[in-house]
Design a protein around this ligand. Sequence first.
Ligand SMILES: Nc1ncnc2c1ncn2[C@@H]1O[C@H](COP(=O)(O)OP(=O)(O)OP(=O)(O)O)[C@@H](O)[C@H]1O
Length: 462
Amino acid sequence: MKQKILLVDDDTDILSALKMLLISEGFEVALNQTPEEALISIKKENFDLILMDLNYSLDTTSGEEGLQLIASIRKLDELLPIVVMTGWATIEVAVSTMQNGANDFIQKPWDIDRLIAIINNQIKLAQSEKNSQKLSQQNQLLQQQVDSEFSGELVASSPKMQQTLAIIEQVAKSDASVLLTGENGTGKSMFARYIHAQSNRSNANQISVNMGAVTETLFESEMFGHTKGAFTDAKTTRIGRFELADGGTLFLDEIANTPYSQQGKLLRVLEDSEFEKVGGNKTQSVDIRLISATNANLSLAVENNAFRKDLLYRINTITIEIPALKDRKEDIILLADSFLTKMALKHHKPKLIISKLAQQALLDYTWPGNIRELNHVMERAQILCQNNEISVDELGLPELTKNNNKISNTQTDNESQELATLETLEMNIIDKRLTHFDGNVLKAAKSLGLSRSAFYRRLEKM
Ligand SMILES: Nc1ncnc2c1ncn2[C@@H]1O[C@H](COP(=O)(O)OP(=O)(O)OP(=O)(O)O)[C@@H](O)[C@H]1O
């Protein structure tokens, strides 16, 4: 795509000469004769650079109008390169324009090679500044993902998971929108990452958004970004998640929790692949592959007017149900074992083994919290284990805890059993509420008198 330069000068001869020169150098060019026109153009269109005069009204030489224009452009966009031209260059003027936010300065009549070199340099610099802003935001998000999630190998040996994996691998290479459904902790986020890694976009980033954690008021700013000054706290331009995911994959987790009032906006961007930053009126194009996940029944949510039907059709080109752990028993011991391997490596300790009885207990349990719960059970067992073999008691599984009078001879054991019981109670209540409210975190949290973040903290603990 050609780079676009806005030329601002009251002298039409200069505009024509520069236009010819820049077009011959491969740029696209737009022309304005006044600062007012220039500001309107900049608000409407994306430019890669502004090349501008300092004086506009007849007989003025103060440069005041130009300096004001620079300041106004900077309020709209901190990174847009501005190169100033003037016929009476002095050091003071140069310093003053730079202090007001211009990036470089050239004297009229211009030296063609120098002008082109300045333009190319400034465009490159701005581009790399934009990229580094984008990268640092992407890094932050990716770091959060890496910190919060198990990054071990994917266990999927059961016939059910083999079937699911075959579909996932087939779908991954296409650009189709994928909706992953399944209970909490079944691995939807993990499979979203897997799909991205297997896709043709794997060299670009996958950006995740937990839709349940985005507040209604900040929804647009979070998703589409905002311009500097768009609202009181908008001190700098912010890049939204759509823009960060450009060229890659956008993963919308807990999609059922998208505030209803924002669903129309989300749909529009998904359909048009275009959006505007909050406070800006320039349209930006974006190229993303969408993966969404939910543990809610979205068709029911549509019937209850909690989820837009048209949005559902847009996100569910392919729906893949990730089976609950109780329906893929063949994976349980393999998963438990892989968690133990990972923990042993992490803590530089010998790997523990699981006794035959403990293995049977793991197979008999129903795993309402699925793989996340299994991970936590193994983590706790690793801490409580007295020797190198995990016993049934040390698993502390809920049913066993309730009926077991024989265990807990030490005080530590007693405490951990009590903790297990409380955790279990809490987990059961949270699970029931989530099922009752069809996976709607906000409603479930409210019904328990908890804030959304307090509820998420507990979910995370589970
Ligand atoms: N097949 C798998 N092999 C190994 N680990 C897995 C597998 N599936 C899930 N996990 C691990 O289980 C945990 C829960 O998985 P994940 O967060 O992907 O579930 P989820 O379905 O997205 O949960 P939620 O609905 O609560 O967001 C993570 O630590 C993940 O790494």
